[in-house]
Design a protein around this ligand. Structure first.
Ligand SMILES: [Fe+2]
Length: 329
């Protein structure tokens, strides 16, 4: 039977503390908790909840060539940089003619070119072959584990970079194989396909005009990598999307919008299906924000022009674990 009371008078008296190890316990690191004290450790002081957070475009509007992490590791209680428990989102600012290494112990590295142009190259190694690719505004590319990629700008550039190093840091591992091939999604192709989707007669009844980026190496999950999920989506003028929720964390990048666009989020729904007491994340081109797991959320566009959003999530991993639990109001 589990012992739940400290056995000695000098043991901790708080019921939130573990029972003291009896003298006969051979392991000094073994602990026992009353189920009621440890069954849901996602609370302040233990496993920290994931906060709502937003970063404005001023973060990457000026300054030298640098990687600018969207770092919530202090709030998450993990080592950093980390934007969510599994993922790290960053802006990479590059001055014309300069280069930088995008170094991360990760299985998946996703880059989206917010503006500018340049080249990416990485050497081959025993994990992945060499990769070389020119990029310009609107392009997206994903790299598997491998040598450190080098980004070189031919014009002043800003890229959004998301990778899964925080997950690997938690697991205490380094990848020893590539799970997919480096893959490039030209911005011209993404824009054309989204325009075709919007023009399709069936889209008139849809409030989701979005492309999910996928890879032939991952036919079961239909995700951009085996851990990452990426959506290239539009929110038409006047749209109020019905709320939805999922257990993946969204690290959203606003690509383009006019004032009046926002994401509303909250933990509960009203009887009419709207979100109760929502937090409102205002959109700005080049802004990024976190949508915590399990929160009902809805994108709204009160401007007169179509807005574009790129949410990146750890939903490749959640899909594999069958824990995505996406629901619509
Ligand atoms: Fe979502």
């Amino acid at each position: 039977m589990t012992q739940t009371k400290p056995p000695t008078a000098t043991s901790p008296s708080s019921s939130s503390r573990p029972s003291a190890a009896p003298a006969s316990n051979p392991s000094p690191t073994a602990q026992l908790f009353d189920y009621r004290q440890a069954a849901n450790p996602i609370r302040h002081g233990l496993t920290e909840p994931i906060p709502d957070q937003r970063w404005g475009p001023e973060l990457h509007a000026s300054g030298p060539t640098a990687v600018l992490p969207l770092d919530l590791s202090a709030a998450l209680g993990c080592s950093g940089p980390a934007t969510s428990p599994a993922l790290s989102a960053n802006f990479i600012r590059l001055l014309a003619g300069e280069s930088i290494e995008a170094s991360a112990n990760a299985t998946s590295l996703l880059f989206y070119v917010l503006h500018g142009e340049g080249r990416c190259h990485r050497q081959g190694n025993g994990i992945a072959p060499a990769f070389r690719q020119s990029w310009s505004q609107g392009d997206l590319f994903v790299l598997p584990a491998g040598a450190t990629p080098q980004l070189e700008a031919t014009a002043e550039s800003v890229l959004y970079w998301v990778h899964d190093a925080p997950l690997l840091r938690h697991l205490g591992v380094s990848p020893d194989q590539a799970r997919f091939e480096a893959t490039y999604y030209p911005g011209s192709w993404l824009r054309q396909e989204l325009a075709l989707l919007a023009a399709d007669p069936s889209s008139a009844r849809s409030n989701r005009l979005s492309l999910l980026l996928a890879n032939t190496a991952l036919p079961a999950s239909r995700t951009v990598t085996h851990t990452l999920w990426a959506m290239y989506g539009m929110v038409p003028a006047g749209a109020v999307q019905p709320p939805h929720r999922h257990q993946s964390v969204a690290l959203d990048l606003v690509i383009d919008c006019d004032p009046g666009c926002a994401t509303l989020s909250g933990s509960e729904l009203n009887a009419d299906g709207t979100i109760r007491n929502p937090v409102r994340m205002e959109w700005e081109p080049g802004a990024a924000f976190v949508t915590p797991p399990g929160q009902w959320h809805s994108h709204v566009n009160e401007s007169g022009r179509t807005a574009l959003l790129l949410p990146i999530q750890d939903a490749g991993l959640h899909t594999y674990l069958r824990s995505l639990d996406i629901r619509f109001s």
